[in-house]
Design a protein around this ligand. Structure first.
Ligand code: PLP
Length: 374
């Protein structure tokens, strides 16, 4: 059976160029970059080159990039950092209702530690309003953390405006850009971002590696303690191959950004137009300004999970915005937050295209959805 993978927001295939570079550092140049003999020069240089490549791709300096194990660690670090900072007297964290659980569950811990956490609502497109931030921010705010783009519906937030207001109150602005880095053009300076989380496996890099951008001058306390790697900020022998693979994959994606964006939007258009020809009752979620290739659809009077399993049997892999247990259907926090009408909410699915997908894939997915629903 033909398999169509259309869940690229969950993870992406490793780039061949990245893999080829990685193999060298796994098999041949495997020495520990912290050691002093000459063989360690190559992995050490590879780390420096990778850091430079990554920094350049988001408009930062090499010294502002710290490698982590991925998006989850970067998010945890950004949120929990204020608890490690003895000089910080500010006790409020502002975030949004539609963040990834890496942020939401970190905020929950901070709440239990006595910090105040404010969750900003979103409109029906998933956008955080500037006014909602203005209404709650004050001199007690330590950090505002708003995701760049949502993983379920793709909506991109007004990052620059949100960061600008945050700075008026002397707070830090963090963004979970895991779904955005490598997919859209990001310049941390233009956008006034202080901290940014990214994860390699979302942009054709390897799993288990990511980074945290930290604007020069922002105080960060070590989260993982031990040796002096990463300027003493993040201990542990570096995942050299992973870091090299991440930097190559990111550079490759950035080189093809415009072409990829146009192509993925074409795939979206084909899918949605084809579905419309079948007279199926559905709504498309998310804002106009969204991550290319991410299509969130809610079908009337069906269960998204049923649709997911039926599509799987036909070789199509997608995601859903709800999960069933024996008695209930549990809607995702994002589906709830954007207030999808009740008869559509249960029928929410996410199709996220990648550049390996073809026009035929988009047509096939639409046809199979129509066949199942009929
Ligand atoms: N943040 C967002 C928005 C995500 O989509 C994900 C992964 O799905 C993460 C964070 C976690 O990233 P990682 O898988 O690298 O831990």
């Amino acid at each position: 059976m033909k398999k169509i993978y259309a869940d690229h927001a969950a993870t992406t295939k490793l780039s061949t160029r990245a893999l080829d570079e990685m193999i060298r550092f796994l098999r041949d140049d495997y020495k520990n970059p912290s050691t002093l003999y000459s063989d360690a020069t190559l992995p050490r240089k590879a780390l420096a080159d990778s850091r430079k490549r990554i920094a350049k791709s988001i408009g930062a300096e090499s010294s502002e990039i710290v490698f982590t194990s991925g998006g989850t660690e970067s998010d945890n670090w950004a949120i929990k950092n204020i608890a490690f900072n003895k000089n910080n007297s500010r006790k409020t964290i502002i975030t949004s209702e539609i963040e990834h659980h890496a942020i939401l569950n970190s905020c929950k811990i901070m709440d239990e530690l006595g910090y105040q956490v404010i969750y900003l609502p979103v409109d029906d497109k998933g956008i955080v309003s500037i006014d909602s931030l203005k209404n709650v921010i004050n001199e007690d705010t330590a950090i505002v953390s708003i995701m760049y783009a949502n993983n379920e519906i793709g909506t991109i937030q007004p990052i620059k405006e949100l960061a600008h207001i945050t700075h008026k109150y002397g707070a830090l602005f963090h963004t979970d850009a895991v779904q955005a880095v490598g997919h859209i053009d990001i310049n941390v300076r233009d956008l006034e971002i202080d901290m940014l989380s990214a994860s390699a496996h979302k942009f054709n890099g390897p799993k288990g590696i990511g980074f945290l951008y930290l604007r020069d001058g922002v105080a960060l306390n070590p989260f993982i303690t031990g040796g002096s790697q990463e300027h003493g900020l993040r201990a542990g022998t570096e995942n050299v191959a992973g870091i090299v693979g991440m930097s190559i994959a990111l550079q490759e994606n950035i080189e093809n950004l415009n072409t990829n964006e146009k192509y993925l939007q074409e795939l979206e258009g084909i899918l949605v137009e084809r579905l419309r020809t079948y007279n199926i009752d559905f709504i498309q979620n998310g804002a106009k300004n969204k991550i290319p290739g991410n299509v969130s659809l809610s079908f009337a009077d069906i269960e998204g999970e049923m649709l997911l399993h039926r599509l799987d049997l036909r070789g199509v892999q997608i995601a859903t915005g709800s999960a069933c247990d024996s008695q209930n259907i549990r809607l995702s926090h994002v589906v709830k937050a954007i207030r999808i009408p009740p008869n559509y909410a249960n029928g929410t699915i996410r199709i996220s295209f990648g550049t390996d997908n073809t026009y035929e894939d988009a047509i096939y997915i639409a046809d199979e959805i129509a066949n199942i629903l009929k």
